[in-house]
Design a protein around this ligand. Structure first.
Ligand code: ATP
Ligand code: MG
Length: 233
């Protein structure tokens, strides 16, 4: 396989946490990579380190040891500004509990990442375009009628679709999803997985974490995180 096809690659990742005087070893030499266009699921028991790994892949956390490289470039060599750009533009995060802002409308929640990345003057210049893109995303996600609602007025499945819209707003290279259906009943969760499948068919690279094998089956490839390492399913 062509080396350039690897867009995000983690090698020999170690991470442990100190709980008082005890060291809890979570990741002990994880190797993982995702190719452009893939939909990969990482499964593992609760506490196996899935969220820890996903945060490290998205540069929300740093490994104790090991290298995460995006398009061949080691993230630990990025400057602060480059890291912010990576978090804001290259990856999009979807979380189990949505993390939407209740004071903002659905539409505002979706375009928030663009607002944050542009600064005041940049935002004034691009806000028309950003609003249009946010509306398009809401339409694709079946939420056009909900643009002016507040998140607390929506169902769980609708909130998660808003969170997906927000994650997609800046056209990320990779969508990172942490138990995106973990808080939803199975029919609603199924709707979210259908959204992911459709996005992936359109070329979106996705890494999804779940403790649920049935959910993971929807991905094109499954890897298992156990005993601090990745195994192929
Ligand atoms: N900030 C922290 N401080 C101390 N320990 C932590 C911290 N974050 C995670 N851990 C520990 O690391 C281990 C892995 O946690 P992590 O959240 O990555 O697991 P997970 O696989 O996502 O679990 P779940 O399926 O329940 O979400 C757990 O034992 C957890 O208690
Ligand atoms: Mg977790």
């Amino acid at each position: 396989m062509n080396k350039d096809e690897f867009i995000l690659k983690a090698e020999a990742i170690y991470k442990s946490y100190l709980m008082g005087v005890t060291e809890v070893k979570v990741l002990e030499g994880v190797d993982f990579s995702v190719d452009k266009g893939e939909f990969v699921a990482i499964v593992g028991a609760s506490g196996s380190g899935k969220s820890t790994l996903l945060h490290i892949l998205g540069a929300l956390d740093k490994p104790d040891k090991g290298v995460v490289a995006f398009a061949g470039r080691d993230l630990s060599r990025y400057s602060g500004g480059e890291l912010n750009r990576f978090r804001n533009k290259m990856v999009g995060f979807v979380f189990q509990f949505y993390h939407l802002l209740d004071e903002l409308s659905v539409l505002e929640n979706v375009y928030l990442p663009t607002m944050v990345s542009r600064g005041v003057f940049g935002w004034l210049e691009c806000r028309g375009r950003a609003r249009r893109r946010a509306r398009e995303l809401l339409e694709q996600l079946g939420l056009a009628e909900r643009a002016n609602h507040k998140p607390y007025q929506l169902s769980g499945g609708e909130r998660q679709r808003v969170a997906i819209g927000r994650a997609l707003m800046n056209e990320p290279n990779i969508l990172l999803a942490d138990e995106p259906t973990g808080n939803l009943d199975s029919a609603t969760g199924n709707g979210i997985l259908e959204v992911f499948e459709k996005l992936n068919r359109a070329g979106q690279t996705i890494v999804m974490v779940s403790h649920n094998e049935r959910v993971a089956q929807r991905a094109g490839r499954i890897v298992i995180l156990a005993d601090g390492k990745i195994r192929r399913a």
